[in-house]
Unconditional design. Structure first.
Lengths: 139, 149
């Protein structure tokens, strides 16, 4: 696997524009507006209500609330994986806007063998499990 | 239209396991002629545009099948609708925990972006597969072909 820096080729999709500028920006905006809703308008986690066990996504709203207020440590305490994912999305979105607006060369993977892709899925699954264990221990 | 079919030329490199290209996906629908594009453009655009407000207009070119360009975009719209149903069901099942809402937000924003990309492709007269899910539309509905009148 190699990273390369190259200009966009004409028939290929502009992933920075589609994924970074459109999709991730909309997603981050939706997360921001959802986190600003009054608490009584947010549906409660029924798993936590009925059993006391938090689900893997419990704490995300508090995480986004703290991130938008600039309290990264507090956000990490509520949902570590959510903080990492939102941070990565924000960084990629920023890079995408810069690449699209300034017409910069794009970062592309030269070749990604299947084992790299399955490894990425495995790492994400482990992170998800570790995050849930953390939520269970701190609930 | 011919431009869309061109594949960028790569420098010839020895094929090591690292540089070996991925197996080619099945060829997409045959490219429509410029006249066909002009005739089918309105139906292709309407398929995507009316999908945004929840109207399954793509069924019209899918049933008529008299234009290759509108049929291609109808199949792409159909796969967006199927993905929408999958997102709704998965989000609905998991809505008793917080993940359901996340699946709905992440899924529906993705489908909205894909619909807008399809709309732009159709308006520009391009027969381009949608990113992420477009190839499934060609693979699953390859039996749906243009009917010669």
């Amino acid at each position: 696997m190699r990273l390369e820096l190259r200009k966009l080729r004409s028939p290929e999709y502009d992933w920075e524009l589609i994924f970074g500028c459109l999709y991730l920006t909309l997603l981050l905006a939706a997360a921001y507006f959802l986190s600003r809703l009054p608490e009584q308008n947010m549906p409660a986690c029924r798993l936590r209500q009925s059993t006391g066990i938090p689900c893997p996504a419990c704490g995300m709203v508090r995480c986004v609330n703290n991130l938008t207020a600039g309290r990264v440590g507090e956000a990490f305490r509520h949902h570590p994986l959510g903080t990492l994912l939102i941070g990565a999305a924000a960084v990629f979105s920023f890079y995408s806007w810069a690449a699209v607006l300034l017409r910069l060369p794009r970062i592309r993977l030269k070749s990604a063998p299947a084992r790299i892709k399955s490894g990425a899925v495995l790492v994400l699954s482990i992170l998800l499990a570790a995050n849930w264990i953390y939520l269970l221990l701190t609930a | 239209m011919e431009e869309e079919k061109k594949v960028p030329e790569e420098k010839a490199a020895p094929e090591t396991p690292e540089t070996k290209p991925a197996p080619e996906s099945p060829a997409p629908s045959p490219a429509a002629s410029p006249q066909e594009v002009e005739e089918g453009k309105a139906f292709a655009i309407l398929s995507y545009a009316l999908s945004i407000i929840g109207l399954p207009f793509f069924l019209v070119p899918l049933i008529m099948r008299n234009n290759g360009f509108s049929l291609f975009h109808a199949k792409q719209t159909l796969i967006i609708w199927l993905a929408g149903i999958a997102v709704s069901v998965a989000g609905g099942i998991l809505s008793f925990i917080c993940i359901g809402i996340i699946i709905w937000v992440v899924g529906f924003i993705l489908l909205l972006v894909l619909t807008v990309i399809g709309l732009i492709n159709a308006a520009q007269g391009q027969q381009k597969l949608l990113p992420v899910i477009g190839q499934w539309g060609e693979d699953w509905f390859k039996g749906l072909k243009k009917v010669e009148s």
